[in-house]
Design a protein around this ligand. Structure first.
Ligand code: NAD
Length: 488
């Protein structure tokens, strides 16, 4: 049985306790993970806090921070294959996807490496004659990063890259589900040459490890990715330390197809939008909003493609849909489908767990035309389940698309340019993809509205969000200070 360790202050250790990790493809225990309890969390935050003020980190130039991040990027690229295998083993995410995604994760670190020495302050044209006033941009402090199991290397890169570029130090709490790739990442990080304590990697359960970390008095910012219910805990926790928060939460993103769209292209994008990553993607296009004129033809083609998807072991390169990460997600899917069918929704394909070992659930399409209040239209499955609603007019399409408490991503398929622009304006979402879906880049910000959270990851602003300005006033006059009782 493989044994993983936590990483605190540049040292690897077993943690106060241990917990088992199960292989999602078989349901069997395959590794032991270090469980960080209060003492470990406190040690990790202390290490990050000490590193924040240590001259070996606080005293180096921004360009030197960038070079360390570049070295890290190169090491990730060199180790992409072994990291991909570990992520596949521990989370069930298919090897095709982990291999491609981790290679691209290196690009996120390269992007923020390049940005490190472009985080600039400003000189202010102050309204007083004998003063020079400027803004320094300084790192915000110790950052607590908390991530869910899906795409942990990616979801942590969009936090670690900008936070370290800005000069912060961090404690990263990997998910208790599938933490192996993050604990292995710590070993790679250790080789990059950062001073000890700059990044600490722990894992453990939300109620102890997560709660102690996110309410810790030495934490200045909490960068969270996960579900809205946990986000509420995080916000309550952060009331203790008055830390700022950035919240990247879930979605129920609309995928809108007009009758003038390139149908084959839209069908393929919809397959990718909901069945890729076995539906465990925060940007999953999980609500198909389809023009009634083409609904039957579109669904027939989509059903054909969904039923042809290769379901199999996640480490098989031929596999297109693998197991869900946890058995609990299969139960959630069964429950939401049962409730939606009871409300009048009709299964087009899938909908029942597969009779095989592991957390397998097939690509599923459920038509909600006769059940506009079905729970499958409002609740996030985090699985390969697509809910469908038809529309007759553009206004109706927009109204259905925006009828959600979330607001992360959206997709519009149309060949009508002016209509595309009207939809872009009207959609309440942090991302609008037009005639494409599920494209990401370190250069483009990512984040949502409403229950999808606040703050943006990716892009230049993300690095600025890990800084605070300091206004510096310097008096240039040699004359004695005048009347001390008058503010100038
Ligand atoms: P989750 O919210 O249950 O857990 C996320 C993390 O929070 C885990 O590390 C967990 O241990 C920790 N946690 C739990 N309780 C805590 C507490 N009280 N205090 C501090 N930390 C606590 O999420 P999940 O179910 O593991 O992941 C799926 C969710 O993540 C989905 O809703 C999905 O949409 C969302 N997600 C969002 C994005 C995005 O970028 N917007 C990306 C991926 C996943």
């Amino acid at each position: 049985m493989q044994q993983f360790q936590q990483y605190i202050g540049g040292v690897f250790s077993d943690g106060s306790a241990q917990f088992e990790s199960r292989d999602p493809a078989t349901g069997r225990i395959w590794a032991m993970m270090p469980e960080a309890r209060s003492d470990d969390v406190n040690a990790a935050v202390d290490a990050a806090h000490a590193a924040f003020y240590a001259p070996v980190w606080a005293g180096i130039t921004a360009s030197a921070r960038g070079k360390l991040l570049l070295r890290l990027a190169d090491l990730i690229a060199e180790n992409a294959q072994s990291l991909a295998k570990l992520e596949t083993r521990d989370t069930g995410k298919i090897i095709r996807e982990t291999t491609a995604q981790i290679a691209y994760v290196a690009e996120y670190y390269r992007y923020y490496a390049g940005l490190a020495d472009k985080i600039e302050g400003a000189h202010l044209p102050i309204d007083k004659p004998d003063m020079e006033v400027w803004l320094r941009r300084e790192p915000i402090g110790v950052v607590a990063a908390v991530v869910p199991w899906n795409s942990q290397l990616f979801l942590s890169a969009v936090k670690i890259g900008p936070a370290l570029a800005a000069g912060c130090t961090m404690v990263l709490k990997a998910s208790e589900e599938g933490p192996a790739p993050m604990l292995e990442f710590a070993r790679i990080f250790d080789q990059a040459g950062f001073p000890p304590g700059v990044l600490n990697v722990i894992t453990g359960f939300g109620r102890e490890c997560g709660a102690v970390l996110t309410s810790h008095p030495k934490v200045s910012h909490v960068a969270f990715t996960g579900g809205p219910e946990t986000a509420r805990h995080i916000v309550r926790n952060s009331a203790e330390n008055l830390a700022s928060t950035s919240l990247e939460l879930g979605g129920k993103s609309p995928f809108i197809v007009f009758d003038d769209a390139d149908i084959e292209s839209a069908v393929n994008a919809q397959v990718s939008g909901i069945f890729a990553a076995t539906g465990q993607s925060c940007v999953a296009g999980s609500r198909l909003v389809i023009a009634n004129k083409i609904k039957d033809a579109f669904l027939a083609r989509l059903k054909e493609k969904a039923e042809a998807v290769v379901i199999g072991a996640p480490d098989d390169v031929a596999t297109e849909v693998g197991p869900l990460c946890t058995a609990g997600q299969v139960d959630t899917a069964i429950d939401l489908i049962k409730r939606s069918e009871a409300a009048g929704a009709t299964l087009i394909t899938g909908g029942r767990p597969l009779a095989r070992e592991g957390n397998y659930f097939p690509p599923t399409i459920i038509d909600c035309s006769d059940a506009p209040d079905a729970t499958c239209l409002t609740n996030e499955f985090f699985g390969p389940v697509l809910s469908v609603l038809g529309f007759d007019t553009e206004e109706e399409a927009l109204q259905i698309a925006n009828d959600t408490a979330f607001g992360l991503a959206s997709g519009v398929f149309t060949n009508d340019l002016t209509r595309a622009h009207r939809m872009i304006r009207g959609l309440r979402a942090g991302i609008v993809w037009v005639n494409t879906y599920r494209a990401v880049s370190p250069i483009a910000p990512f984040g949502g509205h409403g229950l999808s959270g606040h703050g943006r990851e990716g892009g230049i602003q993300a690095a600025l969000d890990y800084t605070k300005t300091k206004a510096v006033w310097l008096r240039t006059s040699d004359a004695p200070i005048p009347d001390p009782f008058v503010m100038r």
